[in-house]
Design a protein around this ligand. Structure first.
Ligand SMILES: N[C@@H](CCC(=O)N[C@@H](CS)C(=O)NCC(=O)O)C(=O)O
Length: 185
């Protein structure tokens, strides 16, 4: 099995955590934009190859790994909602981050300002959804922990006043696999 990814991608980190959790033998291939454009239709990381199987999204990769290990991927509608809401916020934050790297800021576009507003309102809703979380984290909670840790690392969000997100991150940092896959400083 081969995972094409980067060490900073929060989507890839979630897959790496699942691989460690299940003790799967998998080669990690550090992949840049040119390589992902050449080898994946979506031109994104992570993507995974396992024999004839090729998966181009962290969600299908996580589902595949869960099925292989006989674990539950997503338990119920509320967990699915948390997972999807986190992905929306994460996609939006990544897009604004990459646009800013290209010199395009939220001030230049009403659409981009709406993206920034989306991040702020969604963060509050996510905070409300994870009160009193204790380990081990389920798939959606782990996705949210990967997002918050990445967005704080990149200076894209503040979780001041969002104490449930702060607690979630504290619980995630009790997980050895979360720490092993920490974003390199
Ligand atoms: N829906 C995808 C999103 C993956 C994604 O956005 N990856 C980012 C890195 S964190 C990427 O490769 N972006 C490249 C680009 O947008 O050009 C997943 O869950 O795997």
């Amino acid at each position: 099995m081969k995972l094409y990814a980067s060490y900073t991608s929060p989507f890839a980190r979630h897959c790496r955590i699942a691989l460690l959790q299940d003790n799967v033998d998998c080669e990690f291939i550090d992949t840049d934009y040119a390589q992902s454009a050449a080898n994946s239709a979506t031109q994104k990381v992570p993507f995974l190859e396992d024999g004839d199987i090729k998966l181009t999204d962290s969600s299908s990769i996580l589902m595949y790994l869960s099925q292989k290990a006989g674990r539950t991927f997503i338990q119920d509608v509320q967990e699915q909602e948390l997972f999807c809401m986190t992905n929306t916020c994460l996609d939006t934050t990544v897009n604004l981050f990459l646009l800013e790297r290209d010199g395009i800021t939220t001030e230049s576009s009403a659409y981009l300002q709406r993206q920034q507003n989306r991040i702020e309102s969604t963060l509050k809703a996510l905070n409300d959804k994870v009160s009193d979380v204790q380990g081990p984290l389920n798939t959606a909670q782990m996705r949210l922990a990967c997002y918050v840790d990445w967005a704080l690392f990149r200076g894209r969000i503040s979780i001041e006043g969002l104490s449930n997100l702060d607690n979630l991150l504290r619980v995630a940092k009790e997980d050895q696999n979360f720490n092993t896959t920490a974003i390199p400083a």
